[in-house]
Design a binder for this molecule. Structure first.
Ligand code: BMA
Length: 834
């Protein structure tokens, strides 16, 4: 059978001509005519490449959707099985005239043997690395066969684990594969295999240019000192001319001649650009990027590469101070308060995450007023496009290396593959202006020191010494060295958090994962006392949007403790924990749909408190990243957006709490201290107004003043003595603060004095009028409406409406003239008040 190679990339062959340099490069992906089968099977089935065996099995009708109901448990055999993939492809005669000929595997998942025409050419053991093999005599002009066997990672892990004299806390650590795919407390255990990134042929004449990268070393008053580098594989020793230009610096260029050795050449040099426009994170300025174009020409060949780079410096500062040690990011010398969330992969089956899903997610990050996301160490190093968008939009990326929540082996083969992975990933990602930090791992050091593995696995003192020295070698020696060598100027942090949440130092230095709320069952108000210097994790679970439950859980399973429902709750005591807090802050409704709604109000309530407690402590605290932004399948989890990108209540409330300006109220000694927190880089004239109102809108006290809010400030602007206020019933009264710039409301804060369960609210039906006026949905409240959910409303949702307030929303779904379904805490609470 003759197969055709798809020409998806580019084919640039110009024929020889004496005077002019040539561009002779040939690249094509092997995407067609793939087949696959289980090692134990004889029937080959069509496969899609890049792809994942689970998706191929679904496509061929062998398994049903593992995300549906409890199907996950019926497909566990897939991870226990070895898988074969094969294709045939043609190589034209002319290809063998190229001097450089490679077959490149961008991502094999994971333990794979690769045969070409029956000759074993490669063994891979790391899905985070790319591999390449020479197109040598094993390949022939005409038809070739490529055959790949993927070994079961589960079996591999067991064998490796058995070969050690002690047990490491988790067997998954032996395979360099996305940790979450083995199962997490928000993720299914679906151990994939397959060719999840492209395989392509790459040929070139004379020289191959790679890894072009430009970065900022230092910003001085009138210029920036820059650093550029690229690699070149040359088949000759020869002289080349290098030219670096930028369309934005019209009369600037760097040109020099260079002697290339035959083989691998790495070229680095420094240069300066005058009066550059700097790159800034969102809300701090424009995320401006320059285009840099590189051209390397020899007598007969020319190679080009381009990169977009922001001119900026980013450093993580940790300096001793009177409280302990600071922990903050400085961009171009300016301290930046980090607001955002932790990111996990968007699917268990990675090839389904296309560019539109990446765009959707980054748009949500921006919309929620975040300026940083942490790519958490139990997932994957993301696609370039993800970081490109972050760079374009001004989102800072805290990047973990992919190690999480376990101890890792330290043998030579393991360290060798990890070192190759780290070099490739650092060199791939360093070109992105958004990359702000390399962090060694998630909760490995913290796990070792606090999670009792020593007793659980009965380690001898020698075992302990060995395991921890393996830890230190990788995270305190190898990885920081590689970051220094390949990404100079960017900080490295060995492990997140610096100290576990039980240690007093977690509050005074380092970054902090505070899990006293949720894991420790402490009340939400504890976030106030437990604010560290930089909050890189804290969170609370909520149910996904009801539409997901309807789609993924069959009718008979839709009950809180039904096993089908529980197969989408991966935390061992997740529902009990939600119920416990719900009982303390709201009420526990009896039907699942209402429970799902209240779970979202509950999560939003707790997390909004946390964000405000954190921000109000600026500059002691300089960052707040909640756990977690998104989901990888339909599940009850800590996310603020579910698998279908429905925003949970938290997402909306975080958007408010992350605004540039924030009002906060601290209570002490019979007084309220009203603070205004500004992340604006400008001093701004504003008006601070407040009212104490009852739930029917009667104003009990009010005041206002014009203030000049200094840039990046956080200060008390108002002190309200309780004794000066008229007496009021805290169950029927709230304090409303507003920050106005002209007639624009820049921030609003509703300060309640009791928990939502103790509020005395009138029925929503009585106090809220919902109507459609032309293209507008109109909400009119005569009394306080708490936690209002309007089905289909995207602009805002799960919010409180003040008595007397009238809100109008463009309502495109509207013309059906059918009023949307609404829910409120007023109508959910069993007891309402006349
Ligand atoms: C954090 C994370 C994850 C986990 C989450 C919730 O510490 O790093 O490991 O999913 O806790 O338990």
């Amino acid at each position: 059978m003759v197969r055709i190679i798809s020409f998806l990339w580019f084919l640039l062959i110009f024929h020889a001509c004496q005077e002019k340099p040539l561009q002779e490069v040939y690249r094509t992906k092997l995407v067609s005519d793939w087949e696959f089968k289980a090692a134990t099977d004889s029937v080959w089935m069509p496969a899609k490449i890049p792809g994942v065996n689970f998706l191929d099995l679904m496509q061929n009708g062998v398994i049903s959707n593992p995300y549906y109901s409890d199907e996950e448990k019926r497909v566990q055999w897939v991870g226990e099985t070895d898988w074969w993939y094969r294709t045939r492809f043609n190589l034209p005669d002319s290809l063998f005239y190229f001097e450089g000929r490679k077959l490149v595997f961008e991502g094999l998942d994971t333990h794979a043997d690769v045969w070409v025409n029956g000759v074993l050419k490669l063994h891979s053991d790391n899905m985070f690395r790319s591999y390449s093999i020479d197109i040598d005599q094993a390949f022939i002009p005409g038809e070739n066969e490529l055959l790949i066997r993927f070994h079961s990672p589960l079996q591999y892990n067991r064998n490796q684990s058995d070969s050690l004299p002690y047990r490491l806390p988790d067997e998954r650590v032996f395979t360099r594969k996305a940790p979450y795919q083995f199962g997490w407390d928000w993720g299914p255990s679906l151990v994939t295999a397959g060719i999840y990134k492209p395989i392509f042929i790459s040929c070139f004449q004379e020289m191959d240019l790679q890894d072009f990268y430009v970065s900022t070393l230092e910003i001085q008053p009138e210029q920036a000192l820059m650093f550029a580098s690229f690699s070149i594989e040359s088949y000759l020793s020869q002289e080349v001319e290098v030219q670096l230009t930028s369309p934005q610096f019209a009369d600037w260029q760097e040109t020099f001649r260079l002697e290339l050795d035959s083989g691998w050449n790495e070229i680095q040099w420094k240069f300066a650009v005058a009066n550059p426009k700097l790159w800034w994170p969102v809300h701090y300025g424009e995320a401006f990027q320059y285009d840099f174009d590189l051209e390397v020409s020899s007598e007969r060949q020319i190679r080009q590469a381009s990169v977009q780079t922001g001119i900026r410096t980013i450093r993580l500062l940790q300096e001793k101070d009177r409280d302990g040690r600071s922990f903050f990011f400085e961009v171009n010398g300016l301290p930046v308060y980090a607001k955002g969330a932790n990111y996990i992969p968007q699917d268990n089956f990675l090839t389904r995450v296309d560019s539109s899903r990446i765009e959707r997610l980054i748009a949500e990050v921006l919309d929620a007023n975040m300026n940083m996301i942490r790519v958490w160490g139990g997932g994957v190093y993301e696609e370039d496009y993800f970081y490109e968008l972050c760079s374009q939009k001004g989102i800072l990326v805290w990047q973990d290396f992919m190690f999480a929540c376990a101890m890792y082996p330290g043998d030579e083969a393991f360290l060798e593959t990890v070192e190759a992975e780290a070099i490739q990933q650092i060199r791939r990602l360093r070109k992105h202006s958004s990359l702000a930090l390399w962090c060694g791992n998630n909760e490995v050091d913290n796990g070792w020191k606090d999670w009792g593995w020593q007793q659980q696995f009965n380690y001898s003192p020698q075992d302990e010494a060995q395991i921890y020295s393996d830890y230190q070698q990788l995270f305190e020696s190898i990885l920081p060295r590689l970051v220094r060598e390949h990404h100079p100027g960017i900080s490295y942090h060995p492990s997140s958090p610096t100290f576990g949440w039980g240690h007093p130092e977690s509050l005074t230095e380092g970054d902090h994962h505070y899990w006293g709320v949720w894991w420790g069952m402490e009340p939400f108000e504890r976030f106030n006392e437990k604010t560290g210097r930089f909050m890189s994790e804290y969170g609370f679970q909520a149910f996904p949007d009801w539409s997901l439950i309807e789609k993924y859980i069959p009718q008979e399973g839709r009950a809180l403790y039904n096993p089908l429902m529980l197969s989408h709750q991966k935390h061992p005591t997740g529902n009990q924990t939600i119920e416990h807090y719900m009982n303390d802050y709201f009420e526990v409704p009896s039907d699942l749909q209402t429970f799902a709604y209240v779970s979202q109000l509950l999560q939003a309530h707790g997390m909004e408190l946390a964000i405000r407690y954190h921000r109000i402590k600026k500059p002691y605290n300089m960052g707040t990243l909640y756990w977690q932004l998104n989901d990888c399948w339909p599940v009850v989890s800590w996310s603020s957006m579910d698998y279908h990108y429905n925003r949970k209540a938290l997402h909306y409330r975080a958007r408010d709490a992350f605004k540039t300006f924030m009002i906060g109220v601290e209570e002490a000694d019979g007084e309220w201290f009203v603070r205004v927190n500004s992340d604006s880089i400008h001093d701004v004239n504003m008006r601070l107004e407040w009212q104490l109102i009852d739930f029917d809108g009667e104003v009990l006290a009010a005041d206002g003043k014009d203030i000049q809010v200094p840039a990046l400030s956080n200060q008390v602007w108002e002190r309200i003595l309780f004794d000066d206020l008229p007496s009021f019933n805290p169950r029927r009264t709230l304090w409303v603060g507003r920050l106005l710039s002209g007639d624009q409301e820049k921030a609003r804060y509703l300060h309640y004095m009791v928990r939502p369960q103790d509020l005395e609210l009138r029925s929503g039906k009585e106090v809220l009028q919902v109507s459609l006026e032309g293209d507008y949905l109109v909400l009119k409240a005569s009394g306080l409406v708490k936690g209002l959910y309007v089905e289909g409303l995207k602009q805002d949702n799960y919010f409180d409406v003040l008595p007397g307030e009238e809100l109008r929303y463009k309502w495109t779904e509207s013309l059906s003239a059918k009023l949307p379904l609404v829910r409120s805490w007023n109508d959910t609470k069993k007891k309402s008040h006349p």
